[in-house]
Design a protein. Structure first.
Length: 185
């Protein structure tokens, strides 16, 4: 296809060259989207769908309370994720008898992705504060862990409530207006 484009340009058949270029663009564009679709499918095929609940396995909030220690851990997942992303950490905390809470942010863990079109960032900010308020009634000190977008929500919690420790893993700290890294104080 590229060879035909070069030949048509050499023989000054510009109209044919434009048609061939458009066809080449269309084919490559279509191939790109099909490849991305297949890649995204491979990322999500491991989730077990539960049709009775219209959700996926592991998508519900997880609360583990233990009276052994006065410190608890609040875990906030990232964008398009679920509490299941903290699986290894929650297993460790449970074995150590440390209470933890991993809420599900509004719009995630359900089969209808159209809900994400109507959700605003204030919904997630409210979810994070509510999770802290619920969990902090059972613990004297709360450690907040946030991953990716959950890191931004964890920072929001820390700015509004008393947090013992703040742990951010791969936080999404980009300014919306200028798309540069935001300053963290």
């Amino acid at each position: 296809m590229i060879m035909v484009l070069i030949l048509t340009i050499q023989f000054e058949r510009y109209l044919l060259a434009v048609v061939v270029a458009l066809k080449l663009t269309f084919v490559s564009f279509r191939y790109y989207h099909i490849r991305r679709l297949l890649e995204s499918y491979s990322l999500f095929r491991d989730f077990k769908y539960l049709p009775d609940e219209a959700t996926f396995e592991g998508q519900s909030p997880v609360l583990f309370e233990s009276k052994k220690k006065p410190t608890g851990v609040l875990l906030i997942h990232g964008f398009s994720s679920t509490p299941q992303e903290f699986g290894i950490l929650t297993d460790f905390l449970k074995n150590e008898g440390i209470p933890y809470y991993t809420p599900v942010l509004t719009g995630f863990g359900i089969d209808d992705v159209h809900l994400l079109e109507t959700i605003k960032e204030t919904d997630w900010l409210r979810d994070a504060i509510n999770a802290y308020d619920i969990f902090s009634t059972n613990c004297e000190k709360v450690v907040v862990v946030g991953h990716s977008m959950g890191g931004v929500l964890a920072c929001h919690i820390a700015s509004k409530r008393k947090v013992d420790k703040l742990i951010l893993t791969a936080p999404y700290l980009i300014s919306k207006r200028s798309m540069i890294l935001a300053k963290v104080y």
